[in-house]
Structures are given as C-alpha cells and as structure tokens.
Design a binder for this molecule. Structure first.
Ligand code: ARG
Length: 464
C-alpha cells in the first residue's frame, strides 16, 4: 500500500521500496518531535501575527499540535517510514486531525529551515543538560579534593614517579579541564542559538514574515542573517561535537588514571563494587568497567566529530540531503557524554582513597630529589651543580636499595659538604608538598584556597 507523500504531485511512479527506507530519517529524527512541534507552533503564531493565517486557523493548529505531542509522549502515535521524516509525519497527522487549517502550516516554510531550527533547539537544550551534568561531576571532584587535601601521592611525569603531590590537587586538575569544557559548550551555545526559520528552502519566502517575532517565541537570541547559510551550514553542530569530543577525551584520561590506580600494582584507590564487575573464570577479579567503558566510548565521540566535518566538507550551497546524516552522530555524542558524566558523577564521590599505600608509593622512587637540589641551592650551590650532586646520591640509593630519606647524614654529606642536619626536613614528602606553596601549587594550604575558589566559580553563572 502506498501512502501519499506531501511532495508527490510531480511524480508518476511510487518510490522504490528500498529507496524509501534508505532515504527515510524518521527512525532517528523522531527524537526531535518536541523541537519540531515548538518550531511549528511559533511559525503558526507568527503567520497569524502577520495576517497569513486567521486566529482560528492558528488556534486549531496550536491545539492540534499539542494533542499530537501528547500522543507521541504517550506512545500512541504511529510513525510511518513512507512519510520519511519527523516533519512530514507530524504534518500529515495534523492534517488528518484538523483538516484544512493543517494544510496551511507549511506556508512560507520548508523542511530545510525547519530541520535546521529543530536541531539548534535540540542542541541548545543538550548544551544546558551537559553543563548541568559537568557541574555535578565538578562538585564531586571538589568534595573529594576537600576530603583528601592532605593525602599524599606520587605525582608522575612519563608515568615515572616525579614529585609528591596531594590527591586533592590531582582532583582539582580534573576540575579545571571540566571547567574549560563548560566554557566551550557555553561558547558554542551562543552560535547555536540563532534562528534559521524564515530562510525557507534557501532564498527566503514571499510572505511578509516577521522572523524576530518567531525568534522571541522560541528563545533565540538572534535571527540568521543569510538564508542560504541558515539552511545549509552545520558548523554549530561541529563545534558542539568538538566540545563533546574534547570532554570525552578528558574523561578518558581520567579513566586511565582510575584503571591504573585501582590495579594491585598501584593500589591507590578502590572503586565501589557497584561500579565494577567480576570475571566468569577468575574469582579474584574486580574489573574497573565504568572507567574502561568511558575510555572506550571517547572514540565514538571523536568519530562523531569526524563524521560531521566530512559530511559538510563537499557540500555546495545550499541545503543538501547529506545534512540528514548530522543527526545520528549528534545524538550519539549527546547520549555518550550524558551517560559518561552521569556514571562519573555517581562514581567519584565513592572512590575510596588508600592513603597509606599512596603515601608509601610517594616515599619510594626518590620523589624528593628535586627538594634536595633546591635545598642545596638555598645553601649557595648553583642549580646545575646541585642537580649533579643529587643525581649521584640517587644512583647510590638505587645501588644500595635506599631512598634519600633513609640515608645517614654522613652518607649524604659524602655527596656535598653543603648538606647539614636540617636536610631531613626537605626529604620528607610532607615537607615537599608543603613547600610548593604558591598559587597553583600542590601545598595543602594552597589546595584549600583553590577549593574555595572552585566553589565560587561553580556558583557564578559566568563560566570563568
Ligand atoms: N530529513 C531532512 C534532514 O534531516 C529534512 C530536510 C529535508 N529537506 C528536503 N528538501 N528533503 O535534513
């Protein structure tokens, strides 16, 4: 059975059955029904405002659309692949429900400006939801930072023990990355929130439309300046996906730390049982599934970004069907980001930090070697010479199996006569972190201040 298509007037043959399924987007773009209906309601009100529709027609359309929205919400709406996309499904249903007035909704409009509008409304909401979810994770990181402000762990470079840091400081590093992610979403949201409606198919429309009127109803900050650009570019989608990809890459790096730290080799943290799974064959296993999955999922979102870039790349003006391919990558990016943020927002407050084990790890691996060099500098030795002296002391430590703090004063003085009994204060990891007491440093005193600032920054609407 062939359903009549809204555009089939000039056709003499029905669409090939496979082509109909191949070109349809309703299986995924139905997800935009709320935005599509909101856009149609605003369009109908605008048409009535400029006298193209009567008030009665407008009211019938608005009422019909809200009933259709309720049907879709309730799951009683029948979606038809023959009707291709979310727009024609809803429009056909409107005509079936309200008759003549329904046929007038599409006056002065095209699916081209309609879909561009829907997508911008959708991404605007998605950006707000993501911002909220990022903040939730940031709050969790700050509370863990506060709890672990004095906990000492080895800081790494090249994954080799470098210098002791506090666990609180490490948590706030992730806070900063997420704060910039918020900034990127907020920034692209400004360019998302511009209204294409009124561009119609590509050149505008001959009706006396009032675009600013519709923009106000839909909460858009501005109206797109150029109709050809408005229906065709998807740069806002690329920006959104880029922000999402970078956020996922941050979460992936964080995941890698949790995977490493929860291994028996590191033994720095224990992840809550509720976030891990066991092995069907190895009874001892507790696998960090959530971090591993988030790390793995980052690849999808990077792929979503690349898909969008390449989708746009070869398109001449104005709208091309290629753009239909923008939705699945965007939905995937939104779902993946929101899922990952939710999992981490739940997991992070429940990370158990193994303070003794981390402290022990920080005390191994000559993590205070730089402190010894700095000590020598304070005693008048040039930094390069001090570096050499400490290098020899470390080599002795490696050979004798001792850390610097385990050596006797005589042993240490064998490397430099400038070393005195006060050296032991700088060789402790607590002394080492306390000494890095400046803005951005790891000293607990600084981290406490950074926590207070982080809370203020979370509270201020301006994404600093
Ligand atoms: N399904 C289309 C899309 O997602 C809607 C616009 C189609 N316009 C057209 N003239 N075929 O982009």
């Amino acid at each position: 059975m062939n359903i009549d298509k809204p555009w089939d007037g000039r056709f003499t043959e029905p669409t090939d059955a496979f082509v109909e399924a191949f070109t349809a987007s309703v299986s995924f773009d139905r997800r935009l029904y709320r935005q599509d209906i909101a856009g149609s309601v605003a369009h109908a009100k605008m048409l009535a405002h400029v006298g193209v529709l009567t008030a009665a027609e407008r009211d019938a359309i608005v009422k019909g659309l809200s009933e259709i929205e309720a049907e879709i919400d309730a799951g009683t709406f029948t979606w038809s692949v023959a009707l291709e996309d979310v727009h024609m499904n809803i429009e056909s249903r409107l005509i079936a429900r309200i008759g003549e007035a329904g046929k007038k909704l599409h006056t002065g409009r095209s699916r081209n400006d309609q879909i561009a509008t829907d997508l911008r409304l959708y991404l605007r909401d998605a950006a707000d939801m993501i911002d909220f979810a990022i903040q939730r994770l940031q709050k969790a990181l700050v509370s863990v930072a506060e709890r672990e402000v004095d906990s000492i762990m080895p800081g790494f470079t090249h994954l080799q023990v470098a210098q002791p840091v506090t666990f609180g400081h490490q948590m706030l590093a992730w806070f900063e990355m997420l704060q910039r992610d918020r900034g990127r979403f907020a920034d692209c949201r400004r360019r998302i929130n511009v209204m294409p409606l009124g561009a119609a198919a590509l050149a505008g429309t001959s009706y006396p439309i009032d675009r600013a009127f519709a923009a106000r109803l839909l909460g858009f900050d501005a109206v797109a300046e150029n109709s050809l650009d408005a229906v065709s570019d998807r740069d806002f989608a690329v920006e959104f996906a880029a922000a999402a990809a970078l956020l996922m890459v941050h979460l992936s790096r964080f995941s890698e730390e949790l995977v490493l730290w929860s291994s028996s080799q590191f033994d720095f943290v224990e992840l809550p049982d509720a976030f891990c799974t066991g092995s069907s064959i190895m009874p001892q296993k507790k696998n960090p599934d959530v971090p591993e999955l988030v790390r793995g999922k980052s690849g999808r979102v990077v792929g979503d970004l690349v898909s969008l870039l390449i989708m746009i790349k070869g398109q001449p003006l104005a709208y091309n069907k290629d753009n239909q391919e923008d939705k699945e990558p965007l939905f995937d990016a939104v779902d993946t980001v929101l899922g990952s943020l939710r999992a981490y927002g739940d997991l992070v407050p429940n990370i158990r930090v193994k303070r003794e084990s981390m402290l022990h790890a920080a005390q191994r691996g000559f993590s205070t070697a730089t402190d010894l060099a700095d000590y020598l500098v304070r005693k008048g030795v040039a930094f390069r010479d001090a570096h050499e002296v400490v290098g020899r002391a470390v080599r002795h430590g490696v050979e004798s199996g001792k850390d610097l703090a385990d050596m006797t004063l005589e042993e240490l003085r064998g490397f430099s006569a400038a070393i005195g009994p006060d050296v032991f204060e700088v060789l402790t990891v607590t002394g080492s972190v306390a000494a890095r007491n400046h803005l951005g440093g790891t000293a607990p005193e600084q981290v406490r201040m950074a926590i207070a600032r982080a809370r203020e920054r979370l509270e201020s609407a301006a994404r600093k």
